[in-house]
Design a protein around this ligand. Structure first.
Ligand code: PMP
Length: 389
């Protein structure tokens, strides 16, 4: 029997993912009024100990996921805060000494706007433009290094086009030049194995809601040797080793822990990766030959689950119509209004392409039936809304 498809279909996993039911279950016990609501900083009674124990378990789950020590995991409210803390926290500790930061013009706004802010405070920032396919040229990073460069901040997977940067190579350059390296790995976690034992990364940010956990909780990994250097952005009771004060949100942290544990499970990556690659291939092969469709970025360098599609020369109403059925996004949902994609613009694409592109992203709960439905729907509608028809 044919499965019924529930419309609209969610194809915006790069913006946020549904919470895995196992994650929800793990969090619920910390949201009630029984013995698990305590404050993890209350060291004098068992209500506090319960919360502390739950947070310790979660810290272990997250540390295991990225192969670091538990004391290098700092809980935050999400990747925006983690990116701010990584960059400003390090910049403030270098005030009056080194002043130069290298980043790229396709970073998330939480990195770009933090850098723009620091420029107003007297820092200098180089924003490297990507190649046409969205890749950051390693040679450009090398060329941009100055005597007073103290930080390179480059994202691993781009949230709009899905291109994976060569983080290992950039890490090597940073190490050689004694420069700290921050990676925004918000779109990497859950998509492939992230093993920090193999990479020279000093700081790494990510958010639970991009890998089937709750919104409002994230992590900044801070390499041990930086703990005494980092300037906190939030001062208070000294939680998280005085680097990020504030009562820890037990339920959220339990959620990010559980979400991390799920993707650590044996075989998860191999099976999930195969499934998502298959969906990618179905979609790509079925729509690639449609006359006015092209792809932004570089599908060979991409995570399979993010595809940025340009629908060239279709009537404006096409977008309104297809978005009623297929929930995709214009560029990134992280810009609070529908703004033109700074990523596509930085890649040198013309206005018309920038204005005609949508991001299609899928994940754990996407089914093959939904992918097939989407391809048929796109084919049918693009013919209908093609200008010359
Ligand atoms: N970096 C990247 C690459 C992202 O995709 C996002 C979210 N879209 C963020 C940072 C910010 O994450 P959050 O909104 O959870 O703070």
């Amino acid at each position: 029997m044919k499965k019924l498809i529930k419309l609209p279909i969610y194809f915006d996993y790069a913006s946020t993912t549904p919470i895995d039911p196992e994650v929800t279950q793990s969090m619920i016990q910390y949201l009630g009024n029984s013995e698990k609501f305590g404050n993890s900083s209350s060291r004098s009674h068992q209500f506090g100990w319960h919360a502390e124990e739950a947070i310790d378990i979660a810290r272990n789950q997250v540390a295991d996921l990225i192969h670091v020590n538990t004391n290098e995991i700092f809980f935050t409210s999400g990747a925006t805060e983690s990116n701010n803390l990584a960059i400003k926290g390090l910049a403030y500790s270098h005030n009056n000494k080194k002043k130069h930061i290298i980043t790229s013009s396709i970073e998330h706004k939480s990195v770009i706007n933090t850098c723009l802010f620091l420029e107003k405070k007297g820092f200098n920032v180089t924003y490297i433009k990507p190649l046409k396919n969205g890749l950051i040229d390693i040679k450009e990073i090398k060329k941009s290094i100055k005597e007073d460069t103290f930080l390179v901040s480059i994202m691993e997977v781009n949230n709009e086009i899905g291109v994976i940067q060569d983080i290992s190579a950039i890490g090597k350059i940073c190490k050689k030049n004694h420069i700290y390296f921050h990676v925004d790995a918000t779109q990497s976690i859950g998509k492939f194995t992230v093993d920090l034992r193999k990479k020279n990364i000093d700081l790494m940010s990510f958010s639970a809601h991009k890998f089937y956990g709750p919104k409002g909780v994230g992590v900044l990994y801070i390499r041990q040797n930086l703990h005494l250097i980092m300037e906190p952005l939030i001062h208070g009771g000294g939680q998280e080793k005085k680097i990020r004060s504030g009562t820890l949100a037990t339920h959220q942290i339990v959620g990010i822990g559980k979400a991390s544990e799920i993707i650590q499970k044996k075989k998860f990556f191999s099976e999930e990766k195969k499934r998502l690659k298959k969906f990618h291939d179905i979609l790509f092969n079925k729509i690639k030959n449609i006359k006015n469709i092209s792809f932004n970025g570089d599908l060979k360098l991409n995570v399979p689950s993010i595809i940025n599609i340009c629908f060239f020369d279709v009537k404006k109403t096409f977008f309104v119509e297809i978005l009623k059925t297929l929930s995709m996004s214009y560029g990134s949902a992280c810009n609070s209004s529908v703004k033109k994609s700074h990523v596509l613009k930085a890649m040198g694409l013309n206005e018309k392409i920038v204005n005609s592109s949508l991001r299609f992203s899928f994940g754990r709960f996407t089914t093959e039936e939904e992918i097939n439905y989407a391809t048929k729907f796109l084919k049918k509608n693009i013919v209908y809304f093609y200008k010359k028809n």
